[in-house]
Design a protein around this ligand. Structure first.
Ligand code: OSB
Ligand code: MG
Length: 375
């Protein structure tokens, strides 16, 4: 497989409503898409990937413009150099070809997905089939932001419950934790419910986190800071709500460390955060072998990343509903055919590659920047 050129396309998509977490309020999303044009024995294919870095480095150190620059200046040139030296270009070789560039996992993941999509399209194989996924749908959970008031939150959750989502996740932070959880339990009873703190607490907050114990939550996601693996293990011994790690797990190695330390009994797998879908599969395999449940996280993806996440979430270790909601959870207009949710599930895409591609008019409408890189 030969890479002809790579294009980096930045799109701007307004959110249907503001999304507030412990680290920011987002009103729009500016995803960075990677388009790979490849050829093989005279056949041409286009693959798409999505870099999930947010506009600002608040969730992780990566951010949109840094990701675009590292792709343009270092990652894509490294891949072209690898190719020029006669080494094979496949999705499997991308991470090795860029391994001398430290960090920048979300940027690497976007590039790897574009190559993977192109490669699978040349083979006429779906990503799900490539992974060995046999499920044709997966349960769809939804992430609910911090709201201005409890009544506003209950209205929002009511809407998602009415739509049939299989699980609700509430964003929490100090001062917005026990009350919203209590109110949602009182109104909606025994629904599958979990919370996500995005690293907003310290170990000294253990007494207030213990206050969540009576509510029977599926898990609490990333209560402490990214580097606090040992502190998460201590917290796990002090509260009964299962601890799930998100930000802390950036690789298969950190997943193995977290499991060995007892820092997590559940792992949120986000392919972007861990450097790509292939590393995500390794984390899935390690977790499954260790009896650790995993679920697929989300980064407000467009249809591109969303479709790939749904295929991944079909693997057998994904035993909890993921943040794989419908496109209309975040966007009035997606750049692909919208992902839809029916009866609490989303369908695993079955077309070649990731199974979706941008609709030219929708893409053109949303594009705010693009740059083409050739060898
Ligand atoms: O922590 O899971 C998170 C969105 C952006 C950054 C971090 C997170 C999130 C979400 C939304 O919770 C998940 C989704 O895309 O549905
Ligand atoms: Mg999270």
């Amino acid at each position: 497989m030969h890479i002809e050129h790579i294009e980096l396309v930045t799109v701007r998509m307004p959110l249907v409503s503001p999304f507030t977490t412990s680290f920011s309020t987002q009103t729009e999303r500016t995803p960075l898409l990677v388009r790979a044009t490849v050829s093989d024995h005279g056949r041409i294919a286009t693959g798409w990937g999505e870099c999930v870095a947010l506009a600002e480095p608040y969730y992780s150190s990566e951010y949109l413009e840094g990701a675009r620059q590292v792709l343009q200046r270092f990652l894509v040139p490294a891949l072209f150099e690898w190719q020029a030296s006669g080494r094979a270009i496949t999705a499997q070789t991308v991470s090795t070809a860029v391994s001398h560039i430290v960090g920048h996992r979300m940027a690497k993941a976007g590039l790897e997905l574009a190559i993977l999509d192109a490669e699978l399209r040349l083979q006429d194989v779906s990503f799900a089939d490539h992974l060995g996924v046999t499920r044709d749908s997966v349960p769809s959970g939804v992430s609910v932001g911090i709201e201005a008031s409890i009544p506003a939150l209950l209205d929002r959750v009511q809407g998602f419950v009415d739509q049939g989502y299989a699980r609700i996740k509430l964003k929490i932070r100090p001062g917005w934790d026990l009350e919203p959880v209590k109110a949602v339990r009182e109104r909606f009873g025994d629904i599958p419910l979990q919370v996500d703190a995005n690293a907003a607490y310290r170990l000294s907050d253990t007494p207030s986190l213990r206050g969540l114990d009576p509510f029977g939550l599926l898990l609490i996601e990333q209560p402490l800071a990214e580097d606090d693996l040992r502190q998460h293990a201590i917290l796990a011994s002090q509260i009964s709500t299962p601890i799930c790690l998100d930000e802390s797990v950036v690789s298969a190695q950190s997943a193995a460390d977290a499991i060995a330390l007892g820092a997590a009994s559940v792992i949120n797998i986000k392919p972007g955060r861990v450097g790509g879908y292939l590393e995500a599969v390794r984390i899935h395999d390690i977790a499954l072998a260790n009896g650790i449940a995993v679920w697929c996280g989300g980064m407000l993806e467009t249809g591109i990343g969303r479709a790939a996440n749904i295929a991944l979430a079909g693997l057998p270790g994904f035993s909890l509903p993921g943040d794989v909601s419908a496109s209309d959870r975040f966007y009035r207009t997606d750049i692909t055919e919208p992902i839809t949710m029916t009866d609490g599930v989303v369908a695993v895409p079955s077309g070649p590659g990731i199974g979706v591609e941008p609709i030219p008019d929708a893409l053109a409408e949303a594009t705010i920047h693009s740059v083409e890189i050739t060898s």
